[in-house]
Design a protein around this ligand. Sequence first.
Ligand code: GDP
Length: 330
Amino acid sequence: MTLIGPDLWEDFFKGGRLACARLISTVENDAEAVPAILDRIIPAQKGGLRVGITGPPGVGKSTVTGALARRALRAGRAVGVLAVDPTSPFSGGAFLGDRIRMQDLGDGDRLFIRSMASRDGHGGLSPATPYAADVLDAFGLDRIFIETVGVGQAELDVLGCVDLVLLVLQPGTGDVIQALKAGIIEAADLFLVNKADLQGTEALLDSLRFLMDISPVRKDRPFPPVLEASALQDKGMDEVHAEVERLITACVDSGRYRDKRRARLEREIRSAIQRELWSGYAALADADQAIRAAAGEIVASGGSPYPFIREACSRIRIHLDDERASRGKK
Ligand code: GDP
């Protein structure tokens, strides 16, 4: 397990970019180190707002992210960009492309850009992305853009870790149907039809408005705004930036921001407990073999798996009690 020494923490809290990069690499590569890191960074968070930018490959998400990041910087914000790369961490052409497109943002102290590999290989968030955003928040960045690729089920992960979802589409593709199927349409807080300089923009705007009209799941929330822009020409992006800021303010004022944080912590607590319990069981010497043997027997005999499960659970309890008792003795 990676140990984060006091020097690194000191650098991080003084604004050291290398220390920040190091912490992100650690949460990315070493799940066991995450709890100790969260212990330090969660109390240090300053309430940075997280904006997820999602949509199919090639619609212009990086260009849009660049345009928004630039505006946020101009407005005096400290900005983080997490680009979740669907290919491998440092070999993908997309990664390089993203970097080049971002270069014109300049590299001030108020901007931190990071590319992350998507572990599931489908372009969704890597499991470490929320932790990386936590690191950037504790680093003092107040706008954190998280860019993912695709409109599949995997992108719904975005919801768990961001305060606002911006769905980017472009005219002339059928991606809206795929987004609809995956539930992304319901999840979005703001639609952006990018490449409005291309043909088919009106038709796409119409179909999005129509979808909004007939969507039964949106009734509890206001209709998301539908905007159009040409990020490449930097047209319409002032409006998109203003709308993002307006939605952020509304999210904070309505208490939704706090609700989302609470839900995220709830998930974290649940999954950590599940992980711990499982590792308590897996630590028993014969765990794997016992499960395999039990499943084989159940298939052969046609019995219920629950006697085995009850027995296993009581063994974990005993194991945890043992552990507690031995810690108490120390
Ligand atoms: P991503 O894969 O969604 O991140 O998309 P990129 O930002 O990499 O853009 C994909 C391509 O679309 C690039 O060649 C961009 O220059 C181009 N592009 C981005 N925005 C626009 C736009 O508003 N209009 C047009 N015509 N092209 C754009």
